[in-house]
Design a binder for this molecule. Sequence first.
Ligand code: URA
Length: 208
Amino acid sequence: MGEEKRELYNSIVEAVRSCRACPLHRLRTNAVPGEGNLEAKVMFVGEAPGRSEDEQGRPFVGAAGQLLNELLLRAGLRRENVYITNVVKCRPPNNRTPTEEEVAACVGFLRQEIALVRPKVIVALGNTAGSTIMGLAGRQWRGVTAERGRKAKVTVEGVEVIVVPTYHPAAALYRPDLKELLADDIAEAAREASAQGTRRTLLDFMGG
Ligand code: URA
């Protein structure tokens, strides 16, 4: 991986940690930048840090993160091979949904992360992630219940990606029916990513 890419990532992390663009910075223990493989084909985007994430400064390390890890493994993915981030990088009080203003203040970081990693597939975990990413792509969003199961090929930050809208792991923690749908969607994202990889390799081989 290019040294430049790592440096750019480090500068995003620094900017997230020193951000004061919205009032959430006053409440944080730690800001939570995205993390993972900068060459990942699959990017997971959640809503905002919860209590454990705020304490540790890392995304998806609490109960929802444990479930995400389990479903990644089931899909043949490993955390080290994917990139995981959130729309909002500081914890909203009592884990409330981030406001439009908070999303607007923070979304520049997500845009930079997408432009840096250039994933093939983005798994949008829940409503906030889905509406934000589809918004960046200039697409409509009708809510996670309507959009789940309808993957979309879109362009975000000049990157052509397949967006897989699905439920948030926190919603699936106590709902076995949602957990199985989420598992199916993550498995589908893994399949899409490896299919994309194959096509690219073949094109490269043909000089395309
Ligand atoms: N929920 C999220 O949306 N993100 C996290 O990082 C943890 C829980």
